[in-house]
Design a protein around this ligand. Structure first.
Ligand code: HEC
Length: 103
């Protein structure tokens, strides 16, 4: 019993530390197939997003959504998303570490 309590307490205290970088956005699954879970592109032609400036990502996402950047795959991916969801994705990808030697 006492052991269990200690374990539960330890978990309670370590969980927030693990979640310190921006939590995975709910919509990450829409992007991961092409841009990777951590912003390292997984298909040719898709850019790496890790470490990019959040303002730049935020603006790019709005441009795809409203058609100023006319790229059908990106328009389809972000079309249904709200401003808040775009901001969350921009923050998340920006906080990822770019890999050395990425193109
Ligand atoms: C089917 C593949 C695919 C999916 C899914 C996809 N993307 Fe993209 N994304 C691309 C491609 C290809 C480009 C390059 C388009 C261009 O030339 O402007 C791109 C470009 C971008 C850019 C611009 C990067 C830059 O440097 O200008 C951002 C930001 C981005 N995607 C974010 C996302 C997010 C967030 C999602 C999920 C909501 C997503 N993408 C889903 C393929 C995809």
């Amino acid at each position: 019993m006492r052991l269990l309590t200690t374990a539960a307490l330890a978990l309670a205290f370590t969980a927030p530390a693990i979640a310190a970088p921006p939590a995975k956005p709910a919509r990450l699954g829409l992007c991961a197939a092409c841009h990777g879970e951590t912003g390292q592109a997984r298909i040719p032609g898709a850019p790496n997003l890790a470490g990019q400036k959040p303002d730049y990502l935020r603006e790019a996402l709005r441009q795809y959504r409203d058609g100023r950047r006319d790229i059908p795959v990106m328009r389809a991916a972000v079309g249904p998303l709200s401003d808040a969801e775009l901001d969350q994705l921009a923050e998340y990808f920006s906080a990822q570490t770019p890999s050395k030697g990425a193109q």
